[in-house]
Design a protein around this ligand. Structure first.
Ligand code: ADP
Ligand code: ASP
Ligand code: MG
Length: 403
């Protein structure tokens, strides 16, 4: 069997953890399996490197930031190869260049396009455990790129797909995918199985346990994932196309604080206004999430929407530039202290009253809703960030305690 295993930052945070992972990989190797291991940077190394970059130059170029960040993963794979060697297991570490993981050009948020498998296959044929740096790639300029925070999961799934692996196991610091972040919701329960679609929604709505692109890719290439703990032998959660379990109305709750609300007040109530507003933002690569437009009154209307907090400055600067020109409005208001809470579940599609039940849970704990957005399998609300913990717990317990 060819097995791809991925271990996150906390799982390789220090010498003891590195040896723990090395022992698990050695065990797999000794069973006669081919083992490819994707690693993240140790502990908080990526955050530390980012802070160093900001300290040296707050406006550092994205190319140089990626050049810096890729060192984190390189340390992990080299140390792991040394640990395996010490255990008597032949191993080799490879970075994105050596494997040849081709990505798009965008620094900081590149997408994997193609992975050459020759080098990895050769190493496997030579009976080595192959350790690959997660989170990084190489673009057409032969520069390093990174795949976005949490991107090592995507490296693992992409490798599993390219190598037609028999299994892809994502090892992390919790026992699997829970009905909510177990660090925030005390009654969160581990799920035995979850569908790609539900997992993709949860990941995109803030459940950091899997990088959302990794789920997208797993679905596209039919790679079944197992999410489990690197610290015990619990079974974990299987992420796949269809689950056998009894369908739950709601399978999980996710939250996201990386969000901000912009309200554009007193726009002209005329055709083309929304187009111009969002077109300016789109041209600056600002993604807009929840959108709310007020009913027109006295020839004016208001449009409010959310963006990632990371994009807020760019969004406001863009709007201010066009204000008075093609975009006439009275005021641009910004609110940073907001958070999104979402419920996700395939069962929602055929059930009325799910949104109402969520709003009731929020009412019960006195949380005001600022914005609402829904899809077939999701309801999202925007609330005051200060109320996040109590809101997530209330919503979770309303749907997932009784079931
Ligand atoms: P790694 O370094 O292994 O990639 P991450 O920190 O990226 O680990 O992801 C694991 C974390 O995801 C957990 O520690 C947990 O706090 C968080 N998390 C958020 N939502 C969920 C969820 N629904 N189920 C499990 N963990 C979640
Ligand atoms: N080290 C990277 C990060 O911290 C990638 C990852 O952990 O998946 O975002
Ligand atoms: Mg992660």
């Amino acid at each position: 069997m060819l097995i791809v295993k991925k271990f996150g930052g906390t799982s390789v945070a220090d010498k003891e953890r590195i040896y723990n992972v090395a022992a698990r990989c050695a065990e797999e190797y000794k069973k006669g399996n081919e083992v490819v291991v994707v690693l993240s940077a140790m502990g908080k190394q990526t955050d530390i490197l980012l802070a160093q970059a900001r300290d040296i130059n707050p406006n550092a170029s994205k190319r140089e930031i990626d050049m810096l960040l890729t060192t984190g993963e390189q340390i992990s794979v080299a140390l792991m190869a040394m640990a395996l060697d010490a255990l008597g297991i032949p191993a080799v570490s490879l970075n994105a260049f050596q494997v040849a993981m081709h990505t798009t050009s965008v620094y900081g948020n590149a997408r994997l396009k193609r992975i050459d498998t020759d080098r990895v296959r050769n190493e496997l044929e030579n009976k080595r455990v192959v350790l690959v740096t997660g989170f990084q790639g190489v673009n057409k300029y032969d520069d390093y790129t990174t795949l976005g925070r949490g991107g090592s999961d995507t490296t693992a799934v992409a490798l599993a797909a390219a190598l037609h692996a028999d299994a892809c196991e994502i090892y992390t610091d919790v026992d699997g995918v829970y009905t909510a972040d177990p660090r925030v919701v005390k009654n969160a329960r581990k799920l035995n199985e979850i569908t790609y679609d539900e997992m993709l929604e949860l990941a995109s709505l803030g459940a950091g346990v899997l990088h959302n692109r990794s789920v997208e890719m797993a679905k596209k290439y039919g790679v079944q994932l197992v999410v489990r703990s690197s610290l015990n032998n619990e079974e974990g959660t299987i992420v796949k196309e269809v689950v056998n379990m009894e369908k739950m109305l709601v399978s999980g709750v996710a939250s996201d604080t990386n969000t901000a609300r912009i309200a554009v007040i007193g726009l002209e109530d005329q055709p083309g206004v929304a187009f111009k507003l969002f077109n300016h933002l789109a041209r600056h690569n600002v993604n807009v999430d929840i959108i709310l437009q007020s009913v027109g009154r006295d020839g004016t209307k208001d449009i409010s929407f959310t963006v990632k907090e990371d994009d807020l400055e760019e969004a406001v600067a863009t709007l201010e530039r066009h204000r008075g020109g093609s975009l006439k409005c009275q005021k641009i208001d910004v609110e940073r202290d907001v958070a999104k809470v979402s419920i996700v579940g395939a069962g929602m599609m055929s059930n009325a009253g799910v949104a109402a039940k969520m709003f009731e849970a929020l009412y019960d704990v006195g949380v005001n809703i600022k914005m609402i957005s829904t899809s077939e399998i999701r309801v999202t609300v925007l609330i005051n960030a200060a109320h996040l913990e109590k809101a997530v717990n209330a919503v979770h317990d309303k749907f997932l305690m009784a079931q």
